[in-house]
Design a protein around this ligand. Structure first.
Ligand SMILES: *Cc1c(COP(=O)(O)O)cnc(C)c1O
Length: 432
């Protein structure tokens, strides 16, 4: 049988087949969960070749595992990348993406419109590594250009930004990062490769929290870094981890030896080996299951989000709705260009009555769950200012679209009428 995983196949075929050949040992049709820590070497010579990176194979599950390997191949294929490395969470993926690029004194130029946890990771925690993040409004292209300096090693943004309503003009941003010779990292968690393919818009690396839509049902945390394979790491001396001899592998140069797979091999051989943020095979299994239905779910998330957003926008108890799929959105025109299949399932809305009304709304909903997650089959809601964005200053909250009078919803794939009825009854109580 031919291998139905090649680039000539459509998205719906690849989301099921990419990375998932029948198991070579048993013929198992579904990807087995390889619940093993280690792999037996054929002989001492085989072991030595594996440890020298002269032969690709399995040594120890902190580095590689066949179940996780299938998931890596599937996500890389769906994103149109050269390779991918999975890890334990979306936040781990961000560190895995930055680690080969950064060193003390270097900076990343990042959008102000990011997931709250990323703002905290970038503005606080990475300082301990001597790294710095410079936050800029990515609609102000001159400001992005100006922020990039000699020590900038990456530009970072989200395609469809969490908490929703904002779409980054990836073509404009990648033109700037290209000119500056700096890789563009795009967090594609909220859009997924079904709605947006950042590499086609010039992204160098794509990061994911697979915890969200890729898994799709709120069961496991995970992350992934996809490499486009298109960046020339050896063009100058800015990226010595990839272009210069690596002492831990007898002076091997990743860019020279692995070409378009340099970043992926570095992620496994150095990143996972030494940072240890490994995904486990059970998590990979759940995520592989989820991805099989990604396009079906995303179409329904988008359809439901649009219906609920339109209903809310016309409701007098609601001040405004920020869904990029609404004609009233300043980002409506970017949907066609960046994510033509729809603006995703996330958005925020402001309730008349501010902070108190938001808290009452959240407490009175029956179908929507009040949780710190998104991208689930279930509809979810959160009052960002009192939870996910709580650690941010008032200014950062506003910049991220998460002010005190705003709630974020992740619209699930239930019946849209039921979601609207639930919001209707809870809004009545919240604004009574
Ligand atoms: C959830 C999320 C993250 C972090 O992912 P975890 O799996 O929770 O670590 C990063 N970026 C975005 C856009 C997210 O929604």
């Amino acid at each position: 049988m031919a291998d139905p995983t090649g680039p000539q196949y459509g998205f719906d075929t690849l989301q099921i087949h990419a990375g998932a050949r029948p198991d070579p040992a048993t013929g198992a049709r579904q990807v087995p969960i390889y619940q093993t820590t280690a792999y037996v070497f054929r002989d001492a010579e085989h072991a030595a070749a594996l440890f020298n990176l002269q032969e690709v194979g399995y040594i120890y599950s902190r580095l590689t595992n066949p179940t996780i390997g299938a998931l890596q191949e599937r996500i890389a294929t769906l994103e149109g990348g050269a390779g991918a490395v999975c890890c334990s969470s979306g936040h781990a993926a961000q560190i895995m993406a930055l680690f080969p690029l950064m060193s003390p004194g270097m900076n990343v130029v990042a959008s102000t419109r990011l997931y709250g946890g990323t703002v905290t990771q970038f503005s606080q925690t990475i300082k301990r590594f001597g790294w710095e993040a410079k936050f800029v409004d990515f609609d102000d292209l001159d400001a992005v250009k100006e922020a990039i300096d000699d020590n900038t090693r990456a530009v970072f943004c989200e395609a469809v930004a969490n908490p929703g309503g904002y779409i980054t003009d990836l073509d404009a941003i990648s033109a700037i990062s290209d000119t500056a010779g700096v890789p563009l990292i795009v967090d594609n968690t909220s859009a997924t490769p079904y709605l947006c393919r950042p590499i086609e818009h010039g992204a160098t690396l794509v990061v994911h929290s697979t915890t969200k839509y890729l898994t799709g049902n709120g069961t496991v945390t995970g992350g992934c870094v996809v490499d486009s394979g298109k960046f020339d790491w050896a063009a100058n001396d800015k990226f010595p981890s990839l272009s210069q001899p690596e002492p831990a592998y007898h002076g091997l140069k990743f860019a020279e030896t692995f070409g378009p797979l340099a970043f992926t091999f570095h992620g496994i051989a150095i990143g996972l080996r030494d940072l240890g943020m490994t995904m486990n095979p059970q998590a990979a299994h759940y995520t592989l299951m989820g991805i099989e239905t990604l396009s079906l779910r995303m179409d329904r998330h988008v359809e439901n989000a649009k219906r609920v957003a339109e209903w809310l926008e016309n409701d007098p108890r609601v001040e405004y709705v920020t869904y990029a799929g609404l004609k009233s959105s300043p980002y409506y025109d970017r949907v066609e260009k960046i994510c033509p299949r729809g603006a995703g399932g996330l958005f925020t809305f402001a309730v008349k009555g501010g902070y108190d009304a938001c808290v009452k709304l959240v407490d009175n909903l029956e179908i929507f769950s009040h949780v710190a997650n998104l991208g689930d089959t279930r509809s979810l809601i959160i009052h960002s200012a009192s939870t996910t964005h709580r650690q941010l200053t008032a200014e950062q909250q506003e910049a991220a679209g998460a002010g005190p009078g705003v709630v974020r919803v992740s619209i699930g794939i239930e019946d849209a009428e039921d979601l609207i009825a639930d919001l209707d009854q809870a809004l009545s109580k919240a604004t009574a």
